[in-house]
Write a protein that binds this ligand. Sequence first.
Ligand code: HEM
Length: 407
Amino acid sequence: MAAEVSLASLHTDEVRRDPYPFYARLHALGPVCKVAPGDRYSYVVHGYEASAHVLRDSATFKVMDETLLGAKPSWEGNRAHAVFMNSVFFTNAPRHTRMRKMFNQAFTPRRINALDPAIESLTADLLDRLAEQAAGGKVDFMSEFAFPLPANVLGELLGVPEADRAWYRPRALALGAILELGGATPDNVAAANTAAEEITPYFAELAARRRAEPRDDLVTALVQALESDGGQLSEEELVANLIVVFNAGFVTTTHLLGNGLTLLLERPDQLARLRTDRSLTPRFVEEILRYEVPTHFSVRWVAQDTEVAGVPIPAGCWVLVLLAAANRDPAQFARPDVFDPDRTETSTLSFGAGAHYCLGAALARLEGQRGLAMLLERFGDIRLAEPPGTPRQLMLRGHEQLWLTLR
Ligand code: HEM
């Protein structure tokens, strides 16, 4: 029998500031709990093995898609809903398989690795700017580095001109806000709709330009894959996926950089180790992703009666999968609440698992590693100029601002 819990505290300020004690209490009750009646979710899955099982069994555990929309009527008939529901994020097999295949063809390791020199030179440019700004006093790491780095890298990958990237940021944030737990409020939905209405023609025009004048970028590769595959992907699906890839690709990585730097500044010994041995960077980035992942949860719908970790779960209910809790499961990670880049158990659920495994995991890792290593190389003395604010989000969790002095 699974223990029954209330998820109400996940909406409180206290738990939003520090959800980890709540996750630890869940672990003490087992890997899966039943949620008290009245919640949108009937089960919460937080054990590492149990969460991996749910994510990998995509025939039983489906993501929200158009056919399931009845359960989320506030998204119906609006532009933001249309964008999400036409993308890989919110489609299941066979539609998801078809779309994902197109993306896998275009999003190749070759294309990601080829971005490395561009990532280095974009990072170097941003560091030059940071140095200039820091000479005058404190500087906001988030707006001057953590946001523009992934936005510029994705801009390169997709071919979004630099001048348009700042225009994009508030719109991307508005779209992302409705994915937060309890975030689909009428105001947020309205703002997301407006953002989607503005972003959709932007990407439609970009795709049309690449069709007319092909370049060596992802949009061109997708447009060509689309045409050579005999219309496997509709124009609407192409545009929706460009939007979600651009969105999914930078706000997450922005917070990887911001959360990572904060963790290091709070742990001077670890920071000193990393400074003296840069070969440790990949290990540090993996531990940052485990310890303070920007994406705390995922949601699945149960298509048939099933069982997870011995707990029977009936068809037709919604399950909340707490990825960040799974990353702190004591059954999987020794001393899970200790930031320890030397740990040998490094396989996390930070990028999900199974059919919906993050398309950009390799790119995010590369950006995290290059970004942090080059920052430390450039500035021998990095300090917080103000205490970092406390994040409140569970989805896209991170700092809005991070004021630093740099020398
Ligand atoms: C630190 C950075 C990142 C984190 C923590 C992250 C996390 C995740 C997670 C947990 C999922 C799975 C969601 C689920 O199963 O419900 C996912 C999917 C996805 N991510 Fe990422 N991501 C990151 C960076 C990126 C980047 C850089 C890109 C694009 C360039 C990207 C594009 C995507 C896409 C398109 C999906 C949906 C894949 C599908 O449904 O088939 N992500 N990401």
